[in-house]
Design a protein around this ligand. Sequence first.
Ligand code: GAP
Length: 436
Amino acid sequence: MMKDGDNSMKDIVALCKRRGLIYPGSEIYGGLANTWDYGPYGVLLKNNVKQLWWKEIVMKRADIVGLDSGILMNPKVWEASGHLTEFTDPLIECKDCKKRFKGDDVKGDACPECSGSLGEAKKFNLMFATHIGPVADDKSITYLRPETAQGIFVNFKNVLDSTRVRLPFGIAQIGKAFRNEITPGNFTFRTLEFEQFELEYFVYPETADKFFADWADERLRWYVDLGLDSAKIHLKAHDKKDLAHYAKAVTDVEYKFPFGWSELEGIANRGDYDLVQHQKVSGESLEYTDDEGKKVMPYIIEPSGGVDRATLAFLVDAYREEEVKGEKRVVLALDPRLAPIRAAVLPLVKKEPVVTKAKEICDSLRNKFFVEYDESGTVGKRYRRQDEIGTPFCITVDFEGLESEPQTVTIRDRDTMEQKRIVIDQVGEWLAGKIN
Ligand code: GAP
């Protein structure tokens, strides 16, 4: 039976808590709204998302290098980037119930909550301010970065001077960003603290339109290749009037979440806005010298995605409820490359030599894969638990297999629930083939 959006999100949030994927932040103190912690399985899933992006964007390509810049930067960075004045949302407060709304969410003159009268829209800056040192005054103020991108721009000259990159080339990084969002929500979709994977791809200005279109196609393909339903993902161009202050054009990769089509990643043509601004404010030349000695200010094409949003989309897309022999089965049908645990090793019965052999197999796999040993409860219950965390394969050790020559185990496929026998010595290679 189809569930409406709210219900299926509730089921996913409940599964995440129950199975150690994602917990509410600071829960024993009553929580802190819109903060979430990744549990033992969630951190593995999120790390897989990050590693697959890093492999695709940095490792496999000769034209892109990596970076890991700081969260705190000289406040002049945010003056130059325009964030101090432009990174704002219109904030409207109801004069009666005092509830606050983001300007875009208010239609008409009345409060959407109590129909009371609304105050004037005020500009609200989304950056979290903090202070360095013991005195909290204007001189000690700095900001938690609202995007990782500026760390790349301020290191553009360093990377040019210390490596062999030539246009077109990219600098990529993964890291935390912070925004004091007026309307956070939808689980991990919009939060105050989140991780971004960002690529800044520097190109000759006359080639920018082509790279902009190519990167949008490329990024859409990445999500589909990792299993997102191609009917629930598309590219959507921004209207010119909705563009961020730095952008000439933006196309979003959008996914159809249970709460509606929403942005997973934005591909922007930032033109030469950032390098020109940093050159102006810092006084350092940020021009690129081509092979003929000509100076060029590169344009920047930026595919910028949210690690938490991508992780949420993979979770939502993989979530299935099925009926098997009259019982409900919940499955996370994640691509094996994303699955937190690659395989579980289960003794069919808690008896020797089955238990010892199962532990031995699990230990031999542990060097290469995240695997799990589980001997508690019926084998049916153990399968269901692994289904719920998305483990693609359960390796079961039984008497029959240990008595055969050569010795075998059964491997159960999460999605088809079919089992097949495989020689124990071949399990590692077989699993590697499935995961890579
Ligand atoms: N450097 C460009 C930039 O930051 P953005 O569209 O504001 O562009 C990029 O953010 C991505 O970061 C978004 O597509 C989204 O995936 C993620 N993101 C932005 N704000 C977020 C939030 N409050 N919570 C979770 N993810 C967020």
